[in-house]
Design a binder for this molecule. Structure first.
Ligand code: ZN
Length: 327
């Protein structure tokens, strides 16, 4: 890390002025002594992540603040950011950090900034690297509750049930309203920018601390036969990640050769793949990405460093494969 990056990371630790760019513009003054601490399990401090992601601005990318996230129980807001490459058109969307107790994805993106920047110079890319920043800082899966439970309805930043058609009542969304301001803002952002950056490929980096073998969801048109899903499983295996070859997920979804085909789970990934949404009572075209992949690495089975390396290897391999062929 250079001296300038260190300074940016330090500034980024202060609430009210989390982004170095906002500080430079004279954003709200930081509160003395009020530092956002990051859960200490070896994951990078959150300020370092923001500084790494912001480095794309110097390469011509646009930085958007999708929302200021301040879930109940937190004392200051943290920005949910997005970065768009200079070129517009059919795009690769990269999402990460939806579940705050899954640090590998946000850290791997920071580790693979060079390859992501290079991909963005060759074709359009939209990066949403840290979708639940307070969740990352405090190791909380959801906005309202720390861990998954069948008894409590955890509010996911990626919940898209307010936009997706209800199979039991076609023409109506599954939920009458977004489950949180963050889910509202993130889904609005995707629909708004799908015009200039129509999702061709969507990649969502996850982990699961209740499994000992990883797998890949493939929510796009080709389902489990998507060649990029097959390639992703091979990359994970090469990175030493045990893969669940058959059987079912803990949500009873069938797995074949490490891949699960399209599922109905009201996730942001289902939103990315859907052909139509119901927004403000009106049906309208959905993002309809052809390839939608969700990676799940087994957090309980492997040390964090190895999981970060596996996610970074996936990002690097996909960045190679997704570069358009030279004319
Ligand atoms: Zn997850």
């Amino acid at each position: 890390m250079t001296g300038m990056q260190k300074a940016a990371a330090l500034v980024s630790l202060l609430p009210g002025c989390v982004l170095a760019a906002a500080c430079a513009r004279g954003g709200p003054p930081p509160q003395p002594g009020a530092v956002i601490a990051t859960h200490a399990d070896g994951r990078a401090p959150i300020g370092e992540l923001y500084a790494a992601y912001e480095s794309l601005v110097a390469r011509g990318w646009s930085l958007d603040v999708v929302a200021e996230s301040a879930p109940e129980g937190t004392t200051s807001s943290l920005p949910i950011i997005a970065l768009r490459s200079p070129g517009k058109g059919p795009a690769v969307w990269i999402l990460s950090g939806i579940h705050g107790e899954e640090p590998a994805g946000p850290n791997a993106i920071a580790a693979a900034m060079g390859e992501i920047a290079e991909l963005g110079s060759r074709r359009p890319v939209v990066l949403l690297p840290l979708l639940n920043p307070h969740g990352y800082a405090r190791n909380w899966r959801y906005l309202n509750v720390a861990v998954y439970s069948e008894a409590i309805d955890g509010h996911s930043v990626g919940d898209s049930s307010h936009l997706l058609d209800d199979p039991d009542a076609p023409g109506r969304p599954r939920a009458s309203a977004p489950s949180s301001p963050e889910a509202d803002a993130v889904t609005r952002y995707i629909l708004a920018h799908a015009a200039d950056y129509p999702p061709a490929v969507s990649i969502d980096l996850h982990e699961d601390n209740l499994i000992h073998e990883g797998y890949v969801y493939s929510q796009g048109a080709a389902g489990a036969a998507d060649p990029l899903a097959v390639e992703a499983v091979a990359v994970l295996r090469n990175a030493g990640v045990p893969i669940k070859a058959g059987g079912t997920t803990r949500f009873d979804e069938p797995i074949a050769d490490g891949i699960i085909g399209p599922v109905t789970d009201s996730s942001i990934d289902e939103l990315m793949s859907t052909a139509s949404v119901i927004a403000d009572g009106q049906a309208r075209p959905g993002p309809q990405a052809r390839t939608v992949l969700v990676f799940e690495t087994p957090a309980a089975a492997l040390p964090l460093g190895q999981r970060i390396a596996a996610h970074a290897a996936l990002l690097r391999r996909l960045a190679e494969l997704l570069v358009p062929p030279a004319d």
